[in-house]
Design a protein around this ligand. Structure first.
Ligand code: URA
Length: 230
């Protein structure tokens, strides 16, 4: 929310008061005086009016998890353990997922308490590339690469998938880069050729690669440099 709006939402300030208090340098965000009402206040900012705390910013938290098979990408589930069960962190109810993986898919999963950040990275228009390592039951032919690059029609959603890049690694193994995230997308794309995906692993999301030192089920906080990349 804009800072001027945030201030004028307070019962004791109207829009004019908010403008004046900003111009007078009475407003601090994270200890720094801000005079521009267009400043975007986030959940994680600490906002003060002449030293009086109006909002206590919570620290933003960002994690990468190596999702193992058998864990649901959800915060609660009646039948399976969830990926949040793998985290030893306080206030886990504040965390949510930046994207999902199927129960039997492994690999990079991002977890945060920053809703703006996760919305941004999952927005369709951002087209963040997601790279998957895929193993299949039947051989993969060069025709797959042509079809995936053209896009496949998904009847249920009535859409054509964005061009995707397929690199064939072996008779039954490939690396697939998607620029969107439709429901069961990889499995449905190979399903077009009646070829069952037997292993699916997400290696990266945009510039973020799964840390090779993380065993399945392990996680770590994202580094400042990694956050700056996204
Ligand atoms: N596509 C799938 O089919 N499953 C996943 O988990 C991710 C992408």
């Amino acid at each position: 929310m804009r800072l001027d709006r945030f201030l004028s939402n307070l019962p004791r300030l109207n829009r004019q008061d908010a403008r004046l208090r900003l111009a007078a340098g009475h407003v601090q965000v994270d200890g720094v005086t801000v005079t521009d009402g267009r400043f975007e206040v986030r959940q994680f900012n600490r906002v003060e009016l002449q030293g009086e705390v109006l909002q206590i910013g919570k620290p933003a938290r960002y994690f990468m998890l190596h999702k193992p098979v058998g864990y649901v990408s959800a915060t609660e589930h009646p039948a399976h353990p969830t990926v949040l069960d793998l985290l030893d962190e306080p206030d886990k109810h504040e965390l949510h997922l930046g994207g999902r993986l199927d129960l039997n898919t492994t690999g990079l999963l991002l977890i945060t308490n920053d809703g703006q950040w996760s919305r941004r990275i999952t927005l369709p228009k951002v087209k963040l590339p997601k790279v998957y390592y895929v193993e299949t039951e039947q051989p993969i032919t060069s025709e797959y690469a042509e079809v995936f690059a053209r896009g496949l029609y998904f009847q249920y959603e009535d859409l054509t998938t964005l061009p995707a890049e397929l690199q064939i690694l072996d008779t039954r193994a490939a690396r697939l880069t998607l620029f969107e995230g439709r429901y069961h997308q990889v499995k449905r794309m190979f399903g077009h050729f009646q070829n069952k995906v037997v292993r699916l692993h997400r290696e990266s999301m945009g510039p973020l690669r799964l840390d090779q030192s993380l065993a399945p089920g392990a996680y770590r906080a994202l580094l400042g440099a990694e956050l700056a990349l996204l």
